[in-house]
Design a protein around this ligand. Sequence first.
Ligand SMILES: CC(C)(COP(=O)(O)OP(=O)(O)OC[C@H]1O[C@@H](n2cnc3c(N)ncnc32)[C@H](O)[C@@H]1OP(=O)(O)O)[C@@H](O)C(=O)NCCC(=O)NCCS
Length: 179
Amino acid sequence: MKETTIPTAQPRPVADSQSEMTELVLPNDTNTLGNLLGGRLMHFIDLVGAMAAYRHSRANVVTASMEHIDFIAPVHVGDLLILKASVNRAFQTSMDIGVKVWVENAMAGTRRHVSSAYLTFVAVDANGRRLPVPPLETQGADELRRYEDAGRRRKQREQERERKRQNQTAREAQERVTV
Ligand SMILES: CC(C)(COP(=O)(O)OP(=O)(O)OC[C@H]1O[C@@H](n2cnc3c(N)ncnc32)[C@H](O)[C@@H]1OP(=O)(O)O)[C@@H](O)C(=O)NCCC(=O)NCCS
């Protein structure tokens, strides 16, 4: 896909794009046991992640990948779901976003961590051409750790892509020999 060249803006702090969403889990969102469907939770995660990416890039964004998701504990009908998304790192046109999900017991005033996920969003213009995104300004040890972890994930993705490319090349060469 072609990339539109626009001068990259000033670095933006993580806090500027952090996004939060609250959802009440309704019967329509659940399976026959009354537990929230995994796919429905992924939809909420995608939405709140997109909000953070949209705020950081100030551009339309598309989901490139939902890379890792943990379903730590079941979520029940009637639960209050709290989702928080932060930009972990901005690359050229893509952003690594972390989403953490809790269930809140409003009466007891407690929160239980139920899920976490990493996603990548890519900024695009109205014609779907990729746009450069502003760099991320990290503050404090936690933001720096998340920034470095995002770099490691990207490196692993690139290594995996290269491994697949080499396997594909080897398979094609093998097919040419056997035909
Ligand atoms: C995501 C998309 C824009 C990437 O475009 P592309 O032309 O393949 O781009 P490239 O391979 O050159 O990569 C562009 C950027 O996306 C990142 N990227 C591409 N595929 C990725 C993946 N699977 N996971 C994480 N990042 C990815 C690249 O690292 C690169 O980041 P950078 O510019 O910050 O260095 C394109 O594949 C697309 O439009 N996909 C469909 C998106 C969509 O519809 N999502 C909703 C699904 S229903």
